[in-house]
Design a protein around this ligand. Structure first.
Ligand code: NAD
Length: 320
């Protein structure tokens, strides 16, 4: 018996880890919009308190710390959507210990607490872009060999193995979402990840845009609100499965630059710097399984998503 639960009409009590971050804050908004009760736990290492919807309860804590137990006791969630992570490939290459501590140990600590408090469903936000390595075929489906080229890809994938264990041994239902390159409002333009956010900010400020490598590297850009929809669908579907979440199409960084240049009216040409270690050259995902089993497909075109992102940044990139 869980006294804090909302059981009515499929509405759930959901804990979102990393809910003050870019993707997590959109997941929180959509869950609230659909009538769920939402709590957020975040250590604000890269997230912002202002990103958190005021209708959600907020707990400042690290998922890897002993304090997490008190959060789970207070919230008693039926479901957990786990996004809290060290999310930068280059940080993981520079400091693999920090990456593994946050992404592996933090997740295992959270999973232990989920078992202790009898959480019913765990949605894990993993990566598709950093998991498959340099593709042997394209688009990559979920059966593509796993060959991460960065500690980040390794740490994100490791948790997928733990999930299998927790389901087999402790009966914790889970779904893994392997997201492609996510972009949209609230993405941090000052970090190292998020080419769309970085380009947008620099173009609007009239600053030099830097492309690493030839610019012919291809990425699968998926809009953040489409990803939030996948997370909400996964609350009730796809037990024990992993799903790619992407558009199935590669866009070169040069093509992205050209689209954004015309949408923002940027007048300059890009500067080309050497490629960064840990980045794959081409990556795009086959999301047919998500379409069949989760009922998910991308609904926002790249052009429309870029337009919305640029508008958001034009308004001063306010978190909410
Ligand atoms: P983000 O940095 O905006 O969000 C991460 C959030 O987690 C932040 O609010 C941060 O403060 C919080 N956090 C980090 N470590 C924590 C810890 N130990 N305890 C508690 N909170 C912690 O990044 P994002 O792009 O929104 O990424 C969210 C998730 O999506 C991550 O798990 C990431 O691996 C995954 N993902 C992102 C992309 C992408 O393109 N952005 C692609 C694939 C997967």
């Amino acid at each position: 018996m869980k006294p804090h639960m909302a059981e009515d009409g499929g509405k759930k009590r959901v804990l979102v880890t990393g809910g003050a971050g870019f993707i997590g804050s959109h997941v929180v908004d959509l869950l609230l919009e659909q009538g769920h009760r939402v709590a957020v736990v975040d250590n604000l290492s890269t997230g912002h308190r202002e990103n958190v919807n005021p209708q959600a309860e907020f707990f400042l804590a690290d998922v890897g710390s002993p304090d997490l137990a008190a959060v789970l006791d207070a919230v008693r969630p039926q479901a957990v959507v786990h996004l809290a992570a060290q999310a930068s490939v280059s940080v993981s290459v520079a400091d693999p210990v920090r990456d593994a501590t946050a992404n592996i140990l933090g997740s295992v600590n959270l999973l232990q607490q989920c078992v202790r408090t009898a959480v019913e469903k765990f949605v894990y936000v993993s990566t598709g872009g950093a998991l498959y390595g340099e593709p042997q075929y394209l688009p990559c489906d979920e059966n593509h060999p796993i060959n991460p080229l960065s500690p980040y890809g390794v740490s994100k994938h490791t948790v997928e193995h733990y999930l299998y264990f927790y389901r087999q041994v402790h009966g914790l239902a889970y779904t893994v979402l392997r997201l492609a390159n996510v972009y949209g409002p609230r993405q941090d333009p000052f970090g190292e990840a998020g080419v769309v956010a970085i380009f947008t900010q620099r173009m609007l400020d009239g600053e030099q845009v830097v492309i690493y490598g030839s610019g012919e590297q291809e990425r699968d850009f998926v809009f953040v609100m489409d990803c939030a929809r996948a997370a909400v669908l996964a609350l009730s579907r796809g037990d024990g499965e992993a799903y790619n979440i992407g558009c199935g199409r590669g866009t070169t960084v040069n093509a992205l630059f050209a689209m954004m240049k015309s949408l923002t009216g940027y007048a300059r040409e890009p500067r080309y710097d050497p490629p960064r270690p840990g980045d794959v050259f081409r990556s795009f995902l086959n999301a047919d399984k998500a379409r069949r089993e989760l009922g998910w497909k991308p609904s926002v075109s790249l052009e429309e998503g870029l337009r919305q992102t640029i508008d958001h940044f034009r308004q001063g990139s306010k978190p909410r």
